[in-house]
Write a protein of this length. Structure first.
Length: 379
């Protein structure tokens, strides 16, 4: 259920020495001076502009004060979080006091211009606002400005304290680079190499009681007459690991692309059986199950993630799929990435690497299989 933030009767003026009061008093004083001058020099023609200015200087503040007395402005609160480029609902309504507004406008910082209030007792707007970049956004209060057409007097009513809105990075589909709009499934397939770990032999050893018969190495048994089984590499984690390298050297746009790519990729993989995400500064990756229970907190962290000076440290252990998302493809990738134990490894960077064939695209980034590119990546 939406909540409303309402402020009633919080009225301010421009104070002494500023146009809101000085202009009205100045106009009245000047009008009286014209009338006195006309009487002194016997010039009746000065009476009309003099009386008009004097009346304007007196009537304008009274009318503005009556319109501002009991005036209110109400902004209905929207969601606390919204994704980039998704519509954020903005609902604003304003009402004047005893009299309609002689002039003025309804100002909303999220809108490019003010909404006129001339001659109105109430005004409401319902629009959708979109934000282009992730991060925290402070929403300044809306303001109802009541003033006369000549700007001689002015009163303001605001909607209360500022509000904070969190812009989450946009989630985009993972597409095969050569398949048009076809979704890329190679990542999930690489993450589910069900028999990959057990098909990699690390030598032979005497058969242990209770070990599966499928591990028995029958050629060795026939040759030696003894029960011999395969020694297998340690079993790997079935969940693919996505690592975000936030070294961007001041390239905010590239970092935003890498954040979107990492979030989109890990969510795509998590829905296919679970995944893990390693963010800068973390010593352990955060697991994301198929129910996505841990995803909202990670999505929030991605929204406020800034550039870092060092690459993340890869945790120990074998993974069946590793995705290294780098914000700056011109930087040397860490040696730990080349030594990482994984059945499938991908490098994901903004833009494209010249002369290389990408396997998939996501959020403006391209994914390449590691082992097929040079150690130093081309910009």
């Amino acid at each position: 259920m939406s909540r409303r933030c309402e402020t009633r009767g919080v009225i301010t003026d421009r104070g002494h020495g500023e146009p809101g009061v000085t202009r009205a008093l100045g106009a009245a004083a000047f009008g009286i001076a014209l009338c006195l001058t006309g009487a002194g020099v016997d010039a009746p023609s000065l009476y009309v502009p003099g009386l008009a200015l004097a009346l304007l200087g007196l009537i304008a503040p009274i009318w503005v004060t009556l319109a501002a007395a009991g005036a209110s402005i109400e902004r209905e609160e929207g969601p606390r979080t919204v994704q980039e480029e998704q519509p954020y609902p903005l609902r604003l309504s304003a009402r004047t006091g005893i009299a309609p507004a002689p002039g003025g406008e309804l100002r909303e910082p999220l809108l490019p211009g003010g909404i006129p209030m001339t001659g109105r007792r109430a005004r409401s707007i319902r629009v959708e606002v979109r934000f282009e970049r992730r991060g925290r956004r402070e929403l300044e209060p809306a303001e109802l400005v009541i003033r006369d057409p000549l700007g001689l007097a002015e009163r303001r009513v605001d909607s209360g304290p500022s509000e904070e809105l969190l812009i989450l990075p946009r989630i985009e589909p993972v597409l095969a680079a050569s398949g048009g709009e076809k979704r890329f499934t190679g990542a999930a397939s690489a993450a589910r190499l069900a028999g990959a770990a057990e098909s990699e032999i690390d030598g032979l050893k005497p058969h242990q009681e209770g070990a599966p018969a499928s591990r028995i190495h029958w050629p060795a048994v026939a040759r030696t007459g003894e029960m011999i089984e395969r020694r297998l590499v340690p079993e790997s984690d079935d969940r693919p690991l996505v690592v975000l390298d936030a070294r961007a050297a001041g390239r905010e746009e590239a970092l935003d692309m890498a954040v979107r790519a990492a979030g989109s990729l890990v969510l795509h993989l998590a829905r296919s059986g679970g995944a893990a995400l390693l963010l800068p500064g973390d010593r352990r990756a955060t697991e994301i199950e198929e129910d996505l229970r841990s995803w909202p907190s990670l999505h929030t962290r991605l929204a406020v993630l800034g550039p870092t000076a060092r690459p993340p440290a890869l945790p120990r252990g074998r993974r069946k799929a590793l995705f290294w998302v780098s914000a700056d493809p011109s930087l040397r990738r860490p040696a730990s990435l080349d030594r990482a134990s994984a059945s499938a490894r991908y490098l994901v960077v903004p833009g494209m690497l010249e002369g290389r064939q990408a396997r998939f695209t996501v959020a403006g980034c391209h994914g390449y299989e590691l082992g097929r590119i040079a150690r130093r990546m081309a910009a």
